[in-house]
Design a protein around this ligand. Sequence first.
Ligand SMILES: [Zn+2]
Ligand SMILES: [Zn+2]
Length: 187
Amino acid sequence: MLCDQPQPAPAPPGSAQSGRVPGKRRRSLAQGITHTIFSLFENRNGFWPCNHTVIQSIELEIGNRQTGGNVSKIEGIDTSIPPSGTGCADCLSGDGPGWWLNLRRCAQCGQIGCCDSSPSQHATKHAAETGHPIIQSFEPGENWFWSYQENDYIEGQELAPPTSRPVDQPKPGPEGKVPANWKDLLH
Ligand SMILES: [Zn+2]
Ligand SMILES: [Zn+2]
C-alpha cells in the first residue's frame, strides 16, 4: 500500500520545507519577539544596564518553553538511534523468502524492515508487534515519514545517520536472494 502511493517530492535544499525542524521556525519567532523587545529597550537607553544579557535570557526562556529544552520530542521518534543495518533485519535473519523491494526504518528503535510491496512486509509487522508508530523511508533520495497511528505522512525529524541504504546496494535486494520472477511475487 505504502509503496504504491505517490510520495511527496523531497524539498530542495534551502527551501522553506527542507529543514523540517519545528524548533527552527519557533526559534525565528522567538528572535522576532526579542528583536521587538530589543527595539523598545533601545529607546530607553540607560534603563537596562546590559541589554544583551536581558535579551539573551528572554530568548532562551522563550525557546525552552516552546521546545521543552534544546530538542523538541515527537513520540515514536528517537533521533539518537542509528539504523540496524543496510538491509531488512528480519529478511537477513532468515524469516520468509529473504528478499525485499524497498526498505523502511523504524524511527523509534532503528530497525530496518521491508516495505508493504515486499513478500514479508517486515516494517509493518514490526510496527504492529512493537507499537513503534513511525517509519521513515530508507531509500536513497527519500526522507518522508509515515505514521501508522495517523495513517498518513507526517513531519519528522532528522534521524541519526545514515538515513538511507547504500546507493550501490541493489534493489530489489539483497544480491543473490532475489528470484527471477520477483515482480510476480510483490504485494
Ligand atoms: Zn523483510
Ligand atoms: Zn522499532
